[in-house]
Design a protein around this ligand. Structure first.
Ligand SMILES: [Zn+2]
Length: 53
């Protein structure tokens, strides 16, 4: 499953849109458009972001 999240980047603090595949465990890795760092996104069963790192 692929999803798009618009969330504050935990690396640079800017709100960015992350497009990422999400594994069955609920984690995906996207790249911030602002700082170009990889951000790990964890979502719950409803697709809500529960953690970023
Ligand atoms: Zn960033």
């Amino acid at each position: 499953m692929s999803a798009t999240f618009t969330i504050p980047c935990p690396k640079c603090g800017s709100v960015s849109t992350f497009k990422t595949g999400v594994s069955r465990s609920g984690t995906g890795v996207g790249t911030c458009r602002n700082c170009h760092k990889s951000v790990r996104i964890q979502v719950d069963g409803k697709g809500n972001v529960v953690r970023t790192s």
